[in-house]
Ligand binder design. Structure first.
Ligand SMILES: *Cc1c(COP(=O)(O)O)cnc(C)c1O
Length: 478
């Protein structure tokens, strides 16, 4: 639409004119000429459209335009990956990046990022080295086994293990119990992974009960391995039976085939020592006769995204030779992080202080409740007349499919409507908290918006959380 008022139209300055404005010149210096010019063009176009719609009400204010331009540039250049407060009640939240890592781990990554490192270089011999050696000795020391391989994540570890085992001539069947054909979020399903890895799944037993003889009857000359999958994100309860692991391992070995275990989370220490529910460890699986165990780096272990394979030397050597290892290998940052993290595990007495994930998981309900009482008045004053806030007992989830039926006694702040309840109350509140400079992620339970403070353990983060509450913008309608 063409504007009929030439005087008003002329009221819009040209891009060049705006660029000569000293405030805009500052923006050019900060954000660069290209981005600033593009932004000015886009904003001018918006103003031109407004002008076309209602010329009489239109007024161009250059100072306001410059401020709009700065806001837009700040929005555009804000990093996409931003820190958030995870008050969702799920500690290892896959969508929020799973494990938060200790500063010592971050420092190690920083060195690997900003300086050349001996990633695949043997400093003694001066020859080419193998990147996994940086962590292999720690993994085998902490988990057992004779060798270890590290790949992109546990899904990759399972894939690589299956693909390697299935690559033997004439042997392509893997036997798994029907009760263990898991699906992990994000389309990781054991049957699909098997297909893609080029092996044939042989399911045995029933959903709730599988016996040793089911495995024994399924073994054929084509069997490549017996596999056990830790049912990490669900539990089969009631009338159930599973073949004991040592017997499964013995059966596999009688037939000269490996017994492999996907532990999912996996943990290098006994979590019961930290007052947490037991989670099977790779050491236990190996002691039960497993030839190969796979587990995640960023679940209970509390490190970077990675998949760890640990076990017998010959299997590890075959896995290392698989060309897919090259496609699934980890980078120097992951190795630096894992190396720094695994060193912390060599001193179990200090794990609670030093490994962030363990510290968060072991915070007591009393400690979290005290913190809630301290934070409560700040939330109440930020939401006066809009919401009622009170401290409640909650149960935190470990997350990432670890220990799905166990919840950790925790405490939180529940927000309910001050006036009459509206259906969308909790949704609107959760939107407002997400819109804060450091977005706050809570969860909705029984119509209330709940902030579980288990993961707000650092004093400086608590201060930051409280300080930004005054920026909460709530519509009056809630
Ligand atoms: C989580 C999980 C996986 C996938 O691990 P990622 O590290 O997320 O790739 C595989 N198997 C089991 C049993 C799991 O629990």
């Amino acid at each position: 639409m063409v504007n009929s008022d030439p005087a008003a139209r002329r009221a819009l300055p040209s891009v060049d004119r705006l660029l000569s404005n000293s405030a805009v010149a500052t923006l050019v210096a900060r954000f660069g000429r290209v981005l600033t010019t593009d932004t000015i063009r886009a904003l001018l176009q918006m103003h031109r459209d407004k002008l076309a719609q209602n010329a009489s009400a239109f007024e161009f204010d250059e100072a306001r335009f410059t401020a709009e331009c700065e806001q837009s540039l700040l929005r555009q250049t804000q990093p996409s990956l931003r820190p958030v407060f995870n008050l969702s009640g799920t500690v290892l939240h896959t969508n929020l990046g799973r494990a938060v890592m200790p500063q010592s781990v971050a420092d190690a990554v920083m060195i690997a990022m900003t300086r050349p490192v001996n990633l695949e270089f043997d400093l003694d011999g001066g020859a080419r080295g193998e990147r996994d050696t940086h962590v292999e000795k720690w993994i085998t020391r902490l988990a057992g086994g004779d060798g270890a391989v590290v790949v992109n994540n546990n899904a990759a570890a399972v894939y690589l293990a299956l693909n390697t085992l299935g690559g033997q001539r004439g042997k392509s069947e893997i036997i798994v119990s029907r009760g263990e054909l898991i699906e992990i979020g994000g389309a990781f399903r054991i049957p699909d992974i098997m297909k893609r890895a080029g092996v044939k799944l042989v399911e045995v037993g029933t959903t709730n009960r599988t016996h040793l003889k089911d495995f024994a009857e399924a073994i054929s000359p084509r069997t490549a391995a017996i596999m056990k999958v830790h049912t990490s994100n669900y539990a089969v309860q009631g009338f159930t039976a599973a073949a004991p692991e040592p017997e499964l391992a013995a059966l596999a070995h009688e037939h000269g085939i490996p017994y492999i275990v996907d532990l999912g989370s996996g943990m290098l220490v006994n979590l019961e020592d930290y007052g947490l529910p037991h989670e099977p460890t790779p050491r236990e699986a190996l002691a039960n006769g497993a030839d190969l165990v796979t587990f995640s780096g960023d679940k209970l272990l509390g490190g970077p995204q990675a998949g760890l394979l640990v076990g017998k030397k010959d299997l590890i050597a075959r896995i290392r030779k698989n060309p897919m290892k090259r496609a699934l290998r980890v980078d120097k940052m992951t190795l630096a992080a894992l190396d720094a993290l695994l060193r912390l595990y060599t001193n179990p007495d200090k794990l609670r202080d030093e490994v962030t994930a363990i510290r968060l998981l072991t915070r007591t309900q009393a400690e979290i409740r005290t913190q809630c009482e301290r934070v409560l008045p700040h939330i109440q004053s930020a939401l006066t007349g809009k919401a009622e806030a009170k401290v409640i007992d909650t149960g935190s989830q470990i997350g990432s499919g670890s220990l799905p039926v166990d919840s950790l006694p925790s405490a939180g702040i529940a927000l309910t409507p001050a006036g009459k309840a509206t259906r969308s109350f909790a949704d609107k509140l959760s939107l407002a908290f997400r819109a804060l400079p450091v977005p706050v992620i809570g969860h909705i339970r029984d119509g209330a918006f709940v902030l579980d403070l288990r993961c707000l353990d650092r004093a400086d983060h608590e201060g930051e959380f409280i300080a930004q509450l005054k920026q909460l913008r709530l519509k009056n309608s809630i």
